[in-house]
Design a protein around this ligand. Structure first.
Ligand code: 3UK
Length: 505
């Protein structure tokens, strides 16, 4: 059980608390061009909070859209907004004006903090609220205003259940949904997964790819390190190769990224000195056993798979150390409970596929969204994931509930077919979807990206089909195989299966 004071400002706890505990001189954030100690980060956050309160006149509960790629100032903006008692609305760097406009509207924002390089899309919106630019040599920028405030900022006196963050889902389909999170939720995620599964410590250096606007990155690269006096590395636009280089350069100990990144990193890991790394966390999508094995062979590390969701803020099922069962995501993170429900909402036992339901210290509160009643029932958060449990309480991902392929009456999980394909040496990446078919309802269709030395011939397609039949029930084999240059993904690295399903063949 987690207990937090009724009056709580999570940034005061994380940052002022860190300096009070004597960590002021320790490194908090490492960017591409600068390195900030806890004391320096606190000073930057306080200046930003002053600008919001005094220059912009914002009040407790006002909403501030924050837009930028991963860097220390982007992090300081999010923390400054929350310390000032306002609500941070971080947005993905790649969003275009139309999507950004929908978010600004839906979140009813009162101000914008935006990185110079990304301000064009904000200006295109013609918002009637103040916009301050950072990281750019323009007049009246955020830094210029910050320079005029050097007094410490006393954190806004907020309640533990005041909203401090509105996070938008990455939207693998349709319109992003806003999810609201409380001050105490921010501390709760720090006190669950990183504490019980990662055993995070002050000498850790956290690194990875997820944007701070994605709660996977916000937790993993900023909040988790701050909670224990560790350091977070915030570098934008990391390729798999650049991430390997950055791990070596910064002697990183904990890495957060998506399965497809690990798969690409495994292929070149031998050229880098990665001995500082002690934990590699995979989330965002199901982790194929083939990827787990490739990474383990390349680095000796047993990958930590974890399922999280924007609705629940961070990871709630995971496993590590000697407790890893390949193919399973793991067991509920201490603090969370999970079960599997059938279509009528009744609990099912081991071996039956159903909807994954989760209960814990964090939970879903949609912003102005009627779907709240579909997602939260009886205190349980009903994810969109089809899972199955085994007799020992391990949870196995099968598919998104709306991605299950039904072909000639058979239920087929695309991830299982992908898993089989990924064991073939010619396959770099793949996505398996159900394509509608007049006879079978749907047929299993594989979209395959080949490794550079292979060519997508008819023979290879046939070979892949036989290869799948040799590993799983033959009726699951992909009747269609399409060779692709790349697969459509969101900014968070998730496959956009709906795009494959609807694209013309
Ligand atoms: C899928 C997984 C299988 C699953 C996230 C860690 O991904 C995050 O949040 P999103 O809201 O998406 C949630 C959905 O993504 N998923 C995530 N992890 C796994 N499926 N195995 C996994 N390990 O469909 C889930 O419902 O974008 C991940 C931390 C914070 C997050 N927000």
């Amino acid at each position: 059980e987690l207990h937090y004071p009724q009056r709580l400002n999570c940034v005061a706890e994380l940052l002022d608390g860190a300096v009070r505990r004597g960590w002021g001189g320790r490194t908090a954030l490492i960017g591409a061009r600068e390195r900030l100690s806890y004391a320096e980060l606190l000073a930057r956050v306080d200046r930003i909070a002053h600008v919001l309160r005094h220059d912009l006149g914002l009040a407790t509960g006002n909403r501030v859209l924050v837009r930028g790629a991963n860097c220390p100032t982007m992090a300081a903006c999010i923390l400054g907004v929350i310390k000032a008692g306002c609500i941070a609305v971080p947005t993905m760097p790649l969003l275009r004006a139309r999507e950004l406009g929908a978010i600004a509207d839906k979140a009813r924002i009162n101000a914008v903090l935006c990185a110079g390089g990304l301000v064009g899309e904000v200006e295109a919106l013609g918002l009637a609220v103040p916009v301050l630019v950072f990281d750019a040599p323009v007049a009246d920028c955020l830094e210029q205003r910050m320079a005029r405030h050097d007094a410490p900022f006393a954190a806004a006196d907020t309640a533990a259940d005041d909203v401090c963050l509105i996070s938008f889902t990455s939207g693998t389909t349709g319109v992003p949904k806003g999810t609201m999170h409380f001050q105490r939720d921010v501390l709760a995620i720090c006190d669950c997964f990183p504490r019980h599964v990662l055993h995070a410590q002050a000498d850790d250096v956290f690194i990875g790819t997820p944007p701070l606007a994605f709660t996977f990155g916000l937790g993993g690269l900023l909040l988790f390190p701050l909670r224990v006096g560790a350091a977070g590395v915030l570098i934008e636009k990391l390729t798999p190769e650049a991430l390997l280089g950055a791990i070596a350069e910064h002697r990183a100990t904990v890495c957060f990224t998506a399965p497809t990144f690990y798969r690409q990193m495994a292929a070149q890991a031998g050229r880098f000195r990665l001995d500082s790394l002690r934990a590699s966390v995979s989330a965002g999508e199901a982790l194929p056993v083939a990827t787990r094995e490739a990474w383990q062979a390349a680095t000796g590390l047993v990958m930590i798979d974890g399922i999280g969701a924007t609705e629940l803020l961070h990871i709630f099922i995971s496993s590590a150390g000697g407790d890893v069962r390949p193919g399973a995501t793991g067991k509920p993170v201490p603090g969370y409970q999970a079960c599997i429900l059938d279509a009528q909402g009744r609990r099912v036992g081991p071996g039956v596929i159903g909807r994954l339901a989760v209960k814990g210290p964090t939970g879903c509160r949609y912003l102005a969204d009627e779907r709240q009643h579909d997602y939260v029932q009886d205190g349980w958060n009903l994810t969109g994931d089809a899972y199955e449990m085994d007799d020992d309480g391990y949870f196995y991902y099968r598919s998104r509930t709306d991605d299950m392929i039904i072909s000639a009456g058979y239920n087929i999980a695309g991830a299982e077919v992908e898993e089989a394909l990924l064991h073939h040496p010619a396959v770099a990446e793949c996505a398996v979807v159900g394509r509608s078919d007049p006879e079978r309802g749907q047929v299993v269709e594989a979209h395959v990206v080949l490794r550079s030395s292979h060519v997508g011939t008819e023979e290879l397609a046939h070979e892949l089909q036989e290869f799948v039949k040799g590993q799983i029930a033959p009726y699951k084999y992909p009747r269609a195989i399409l060779f692709k240059e790349q697969l459509p993904r969101t900014e968070t690295g998730k496959l956009q299966r709906f795009k494959l399903r609807t694209e013309a063949v």
